[in-house]
Each structure stands twice: as structure tokens, then as C-alpha cells.
Design a protein. Structure first.
Length: 256
């Protein structure tokens, strides 16, 4: 029996299991996002990335942020980010808190600004929504490389947002097994950007679709993060860098 919002994700998993099994017929399941892209292509339009939150962004064009997005102040905006080009970086004296996650759990606690913690809660809700669409369940843990780290941006005379506890590097996601779901995608899952962002086998490609859709969903939510880096950006093939710095930028190959 299928329950509530799990239905679409479960049907997608069943289709993938049919593709991955020898002798099974090919099963096609079209998601709402795929339908929107197909309809746009039929109309001769650019292929849009469709956001469940009602936002949209063109895959092959620049991100169009709302006009007023940069007018919203953030409590860490006033801190000086300048740093000497060499020697030990001196970081601002900012309040930091330990955070294990609210809507979702992080695989180990983070040290972050309490203001950034509020953004992380919104991030967790987006992850839950996208994961349920793809897997019929939410991750058991967000796997990361850390948040606070007193250092400058490589090669620049500016402090990293990590120096203010205002950034997170996400490496992937873990899912506990769910015996109610069919096939290998109902097992324990270990999804990592380095392994799955460009995967092409049937199961790996499903993980890639999840990661790409998550990136597009976050790109369409400038109220959460101002800065996003990921695969396609130098030094970011194995993680998403997410921050609320004073500069707005986006460099992830699935949402350029």
C-alpha cells in the first residue's frame, strides 16, 4: 500500500528497478518536472528547472533573482571580510553555536552562527521535499565537510564565509533502508557528489537526478543562500559550498 506523498517517489523507484533488472520491461514514469520540460521543448522554449516551491530558473541562462532579494539585510553583512594575503588569518569575533540539525540530522554536529542556523533549517526542508519526490523518504543524515573554519579564500585577500560560521560544505546524503520500497533503492543509500553527480548507470543516474534537482531547487530559493558552488566550479567537484555572504554568486554546472 502506498501512503500519502510517498506515491510518486515509489513509482519512480519501481521504474528504475525495472530498468536495472535483466529481463524486465522498460517502464517510463514522467515526473511533473519532466512534463514541464517536455512541454517547454515542444513549444520551442528553453528547458526550465521547475521548483516545487513555485520558483523557476532557466537551465541554460542566468539565474533571475527577485528584484528585492539583495535589499534584505542579514546580521553578518557588516563584518569586515578583508584579510592579509599571507600569514595566519585573523577572524572576526562572532557568536557560534553547536547545531545537529532540526528538520534533518547532520552526520556530526556543526559549529555555525545562530543566524546561519536559521537558513540551514530552510535548507533541510528543501532537502526533505526533493528527497521524498525521488526516494519516497527523507535522508537519515546530511553528510558534510564542516562549517566554521577560520581561513581566507584561496588566493584572495578575503576571509571565507566559513570564518564567520556562515557557510556549509555538503558532501552528500545517507538514507536508511526502507523495506516498504522495492529494489536496490530501498536499501541503505550512500549518495555522494563525487561519485554520483555525473553517474550514468540506471541507479547512479537516479542519484544524479536527485542531486541536480536539489541544486536547482536551492538556486531558485535566493532567500536561503546567497552563494552556491558545486561541481563545475574549481575545487568543488565533491561538495556543495553554501553560504550567506555579502556577494551573490552561483557556479554549479546543472544550473548555469
Amino acid at each position: 500500500m502506498l501512503v500519502g506523498g510517498r506515491t510518486e517517489g515509489v513509482f519512480m523507484l519501481m521504474a528504475l528497478c525495472a530498468l536495472a533488472s535483466s529481463g524486465c520491461a522498460r517502464v517510463e514514469v514522467e515526473t511533473p518536472a519532466e512534463a514541464a520540460r517536455r512541454q517547454a521543448a515542444a513549444a520551442g522554449a528553453a528547458s526550465p528547472a521547475v521548483s516545487a516551491s513555485g520558483h523557476s530558473v532557466e537551465r541554460d541562462g542566468p539565474i533571475e533573482w527577485p528584484d528585492d532579494v539583495d535589499k534584505v539585510s542579514y546580521p553578518l553583512d557588516g563584518y569586515d571580510r578583508s584579510a592579509p594575503g599571507s600569514g595566519k588569518a585573523k577572524c572576526p569575533d562572532v557568536q557560534l553555536v553547536s547545531y545537529e540539525g532540526d528538520a534533518l540530522r547532520y552526520h556530526k554536529p556543526l559549529k555555525v552562527s545562530p543566524f546561519f542556523r536559521e537558513r540551514l533549517l530552510q535548507f533541510e526542508l528543501v532537502v526533505k521535499d526533493v528527497a521524498r519526490r525521488h526516494y519516497g523518504r527523507e535522508p537519515s543524515a546530511i553528510v558534510h565537510y564542516g562549517a566554521f573554519n577560520c581561513r581566507r579564500i584561496n588566493g584572495r585577500k578575503k576571509l571565507s564565509e566559513h570564518s564567520l560560521g556562515n557557510a556549509l560544505d555538503v558532501a552528500g546524503f545517507s538514507f536508511d533502508a526502507d523495506p516498504m520500497l522495492p529494489g536496490p533503492l530501498g536499501d541503505d543509500l550512500r549518495i555522494r557528489l563525487l561519485e554520483h553527480w555525473r553517474a550514468t548507470d540506471p541507479v547512479g543516474a537516479h542519484h544524479a537526478d536527485f542531486l541536480h534537482d536539489l541544486a536547482r531547487e536551492l538556486a531558485a530559493r535566493p532567500d536561503i543562500f546567497r552563494g552556491m558552488l558545486g561541481p563545475g566550479a574549481a575545487g568543488h567537484e565533491n561538495h556543495f559550498h553554501l553560504d550567506v555572504g555579502v556577494w551573490r554568486y552561483l557556479d554549479i554546472d546543472a544550473v548555469r
